[in-house]
Each structure stands twice: as C-alpha cells, then as structure tokens.
Ligand binder design. Structure first.
Ligand SMILES: [Zn+2]
Length: 368
C-alpha cells in the first residue's frame, strides 16, 4: 500500500516537473545502476529480485538514451568522482555475477545503444560451468508441480529426517534452504551435482532442461571473451562470492578471482563489487592491498564526490522496480527524498521502495 502511494506521488511529481528539477539539482551525482541476471524463461517469477526481463531492461536503456543521460564507463566515472568533475547526471551500468543471460540478453541491448558497462564476475561457478548449486536447489523446490513429496533416502547426513514434506508457498523456500545446508554438509562438489539430479527427479522437475537452458549458469569462457572484446569491463566480485573480513582470506578471494579474469581481459581488474552487498570498513585493507580503486555496495543511492570510493552506493534495478520508480531514481528524486528523511532513516526509506535486497537475493556463500 505504501509503495502504491509512493508510485502515485512519483507520477504527480513527474507531471509537475519535479523529475526535471531533481535531475538538475543532482547533476553532480553519479547514478551507478546495478543489474544481476536477465530472463531466458521463468527466472523472474522464480526470483524477481535477481532477474529482470530483456524487455524491461531494453525499456530502461531506451529511457536513458531518450532522456539523454550520458552513460560512461566505471573507470571514467571513478576518475571524475575523485576530481569532483561529475556533471550532467551521468550513468554507469554495472552487472553482477556474470549469468549466461548477460551475454545472451543484455549484451545486444547494450551494443545497440553503444553503452559501456561493467560486469563483476564471480569465478567459482564460471570455472565449474554448471548451474549455481544453491539457485538450482531453490529453483527445483519452486518449480515442482507436487504439493507434497517424500524426501527420505536422498543420501543426506541430516536431511533424511525430512521424510514427507509439504510444498506449499513459503515452505518451498524454507525447504530449499534446509536442503542446501544439508547437502553442503554431506557432499563434495560432484556429490552435490548428483544430489541435485536426485532431488529434481523426486520433485518431478527436469534437471537436464535447467542445465541445457543455462538459466542458472554463468557465462562460458568464450562468452566472457566476447563480452570483453565488445568493450564490457570485466571486474572483481570474488571467487566464491564472499569477502571475509579476515585479511588473508579476503586477499585470497580477490587473488583467485583476478587469476581467472585477467588472462581473459589482458588488463588489470581494479574495480570491485561486494558479494551479496555485505561490506564493512574492516574489508578495506584487503581491497587496498589488492590495488582496488573502487568498490560498489548495494546501499541505495547516488554517488557523490567525497564518498568513500570503497563503499559506493548504487541504484538497484530488478523485476520488482516499476518504470516510474526507475525514472525517479534516474532523475535523482529518490535520492533527494533520502536526503530529506535523513541518514538514520535513509535505509528504511529505500527499503520501502526496494525491499530487503540482501535478504532476498543474496547468492550463496559458495562452499568450494
Ligand atoms: Zn553477486
């Protein structure tokens, strides 16, 4: 209800010319857009906070082009931010994780407009070349046509106690979490693949179709090279999709990630995105020692000169964000609103629009 009111307020504000005014007022702020996966099939219905349809993405890009927002590279934007030279309300496009759909769906749209973009690649599943295990388990539980099932005898150390389960609404998500934790505790990597197959069979979901569609898989090495060749910057997102606070572990995550990316791009990866948006100043030393110039979070907002370059806010866009909300973010109206409600309520104000992104979409902490 509250969200419906906000949308109505935005529509009235737009008609009254407030969006154009906000754009002028916030022209010295940088809009860093954040995307994850794009839909090949039913992913947006499965995880709306993680996937956006190609049509919606194309509409967003058309909006940016039609309204004349300059789209610049993250590298240029970081330089301008440091020099206090941001002007004309520029936009940076970032895409997290590296889903196959980045190549299949987003790439042609970006190329059509000639928009530069940055892909933050997490490399463990890129090397594995198979569906992200946690998402596969969640998808199987979500997709099952059954309303109840017998999950005994799947080989889990602890999960065999599950027995008969109801597949009903939110219980599917809870079940997926339980199964993921139990499977990680029981199996090594090949064992998990076999488990996912057994589970899919038990829940009457076509696992081979999930693999073949690549809807839950990352780009292939060939696709990554094509993205890099087309001008997309490939940057850091850790190897196992987590950045521990402990220095050596953090350094290792970045080094492992870099060792996969740089042979493809033949240039230093210098920009970073916190996996699952989990960040803290305790993680800065590992980033600085790794030569990272900027790091983006999932904190909602526009970036300004003087902001900590290792904690840059972004504008999160996904299937749940309506066009008017997107335009409100693009214009700066939403950021001015966040200014108005003050830092203490800043997050709450944004959550009312976006929901709790981290809780809903956080990709797994990948047990390698
Ligand atoms: Zn991620």
């Amino acid at each position: 209800m509250k969200r419906a009111l906000i949308r109505t307020a935005y529509r009235i504000g737009k008609l009254a010319g407030l969006f154009a005014l906000a754009r002028r007022i916030t022209r010295r702020r940088l809009r860093i857009l954040c995307y994850h996966g794009f839909t090949l099939d039913d992913e947006a219905a499965f995880r709306p906070s993680l996937f956006i349809s190609g049509e919606t993405f194309a509409r967003r890009m058309r909006t940016i082009a039609r309204k004349g927002y300059p789209v610049i590279s993250l590298d240029e934007a970081s330089r301008l931010l440091e020099q206090d030279a941001i002007d004309r309300a520029p936009v940076v496009i970032t895409i997290d994780d590296g889903f196959h759909s980045t190549h299949a769906v987003a790439r042609p749209v970006l190329e059509k407009h000639g928009f530069p973009a940055t892909l933050y690649l997490t490399s463990y599943y890129f090397q594995q070349g198979r569906p992200i295990f946690q998402l596969a388990i969640a998808y199987i539980c979500w997709k099952s046509p059954l309303t109840e099932a017998d999950l005994s005898g799947l080989g889990l150390d602890e999960g065999d106690a599950l027995g008969r389960v109801l597949l009903d609404g939110e219980m599917r998500g809870e079940l997926a979490k339980q199964l993921f934790v139990a499977a990680c505790a029981t199996f090594d990597s090949p064992g998990r693949i076999a488990f996912a197959r057994r589970l899919a069979e038990r829940l009457q979901v076509d696992y081979e179709a999930i693999i073949a569609s690549r809807k839950l898989s990352l780009v292939s090495p060939e696709e990554l090279r094509e993205l890099a060749d087309s001008g997309m910057a490939i940057e850091l997102h850790t190897h196992r999709h987590l950045l521990p606070e402990e220095l050596d572990a953090g350094l290792r995550e970045i080094a492992d990630n870099r060792a996969v990316i740089e042979p493809v791009t033949s240039k230093p990866a210098q920009h970073f995105c916190y996996p699952s948006g989990i960040w803290s100043a305790a993680r800065f030393p590992a980033l600085r020692m790794s030569g990272v110039k900027t790091a983006t979070t999932c904190e909602p907002g526009l970036a300004r000169h003087g902001a900590d370059m290792l904690a840059l806010p972004r504008v999160l866009d996904d299937s749940r964000v309506s066009q008017i909300e997107f335009e409100a973010e693009l214009s700066g109206v939403s950021d001015l609103y966040r200014d108005l409600v003050g830092a203490s309520k800043r997050k709450a104000a944004s959550l009312s629009v976006y929901g709790n992104w981290v809780a809903e979409t956080a990709l797994p902490v990948l047990a390698a």
